[in-house]
Design a protein around this ligand. Structure first.
Ligand code: TXA
Ligand code: MG
Length: 332
């Protein structure tokens, strides 16, 4: 019974499995996660194996309530300005698509955080995720429930297609946000550093902390797991150099991911368009984020090479959409 209904009985059955050291997948508002209880290093090791994930890529710990952060975060060991920025962010943006990277307590298993001195923590907004976390009673580490480097799943069926039909998946339907959480670290003076753009816009991080966030880069705060090629379909995907109306399509057989161009205008001399997905004709980045991963999956199923129109929007979830598209197209 791999697809589990998200009712009380289903949630308790999946919680019992996690407590018994099994893995199970569950919905969040961003993408589906592959969960393991954080105090169970054997189960955490199986998360890495099941995804084919390299050991240097740290996992995010999910908590049921704001005060769950206390069991993981060495707050006294943190500069006062960092404590203040973290507390403001979690007070306003949790539950929601925000992961804070903070100094970890020594009890957090090394394997969960790839041996780093920090831990990423998030309180998801999805009611099924929160019900599950409460029923487990401990934090749950959960990477996106896809094979490493592939497209993240935004439906329960996509999880089974990625990780195998025997996995138990709580079925919460399609994810409302559709891209992963924004991962935020902190400099010693409290400046937030966006290590991964995601469901919480950078403007919101700026508003809540009162500081302009820096963009993560090697050398500032360690940001492992941000490999250039990621979120990749099985077939090669190329980013077009501009809007389809201006640059057209090159000759060939293609599946096309249009950013905003209506399907009827997706064409070019000598181009055979086998399938088209449009992210958002109105240019709404929320709609684009929600549709992105499922659209990539449908195009990938056509078994032709893929072209994507760049996302031109600014603000809101536009950074996250652009980041995922660029990584999906990066050379492997
Ligand atoms: O929305 C999400 O965040 C989803 C859902 C399931 O919650 N989870 C997710 O996990 O996207 P994952 O494993 O696919 O991405 C986690 C990324 C790591 O690759 C790394 O870039 C960053 O989060 N991260 C986690 N812990 C970190 C740490 N201690 N220091 C720096 N970066 C960290
Ligand atoms: Mg992932």
């Amino acid at each position: 019974m791999p697809l589990v209904p998200p009712d009380t009985a289903g949630v308790s059955a999946v919680a019992a499995r996690l407590r018994a050291g099994e893995l199970a997948a569950f919905p969040t508002e961003t993408v589906y996660g592959l969960g393991a209880r954080i105090w169970d290093p054997d189960a955490i090791a199986r998360v890495f194996e099941r995804k084919g994930r390299p050991w240097f890529d740290p996992l995010i710990a999910h908590v049921a309530e704001r005060d769950g952060l206390g069991a993981l975060w060495d707050a006294p060991g943190e500069p006062a300005a960092v404590r203040d920025a973290v507390e403001r962010l979690v007070a306003e943006a949790w539950p929601g698509p925000l992961t804070v990277v903070v100094r970890r307590r020594p009890e957090v298993p090394d394997l969960a955080v790839a041996g780093l001195p920090s831990v990423g923590v998030r309180l998801p907004a999805h009611p099924v995720a929160r019900a599950l976390l409460r029923a487990v009673g401990d934090p749950v580490v959960a990477p996106s429930a896809n094979r490493f480097g592939r497209v993240s799943p935004t439906t329960a069926e996509a999880v089974l297609a990625e990780l195998g039909e025997d996995l138990w998946v709580l079925d919460g339907g399609p994810c409302a946000v559709g891209v992963e959480s924004t991962v935020v670290g902190f400099e010693a003076d409290g400046t937030p550093v966006i290590l991964r753009p995601g469901g919480l816009p950078a403007e919101e991080v700026a508003r809540i902390t009162g500081r302009t966030p820096a963009r993560g880069s090697r050398g500032r705060i360690e940001a492992p797991g941000q490999t250039e090629s990621h979120y990749a379909p099985a077939r090669p995907l190329s980013l077009l150099p501009g809007p389809i109306r201006e640059v057209g399509l090159p000759p060939g057989r293609w599946g096309v991911l249009s950013a905003t161009t209506p399907a009827a205008s997706v064409r070019g001399p000598g181009a055979e368009v086998v399938g088209v997905e449009v992210l958002s004709e109105s240019g709404d980045p929320r709609e684009a984020a929600r549709r992105l991963f499922a659209a990539l999956r449908r195009l990938d199923a056509l078994d032709v090479d893929l072209l994507a129109e760049p996302w031109r929007g600014e603000g809101g979830l536009s950074d996250a959409v652009r980041d995922r598209l660029q990584r999906a197209a990066a050379r492997r």
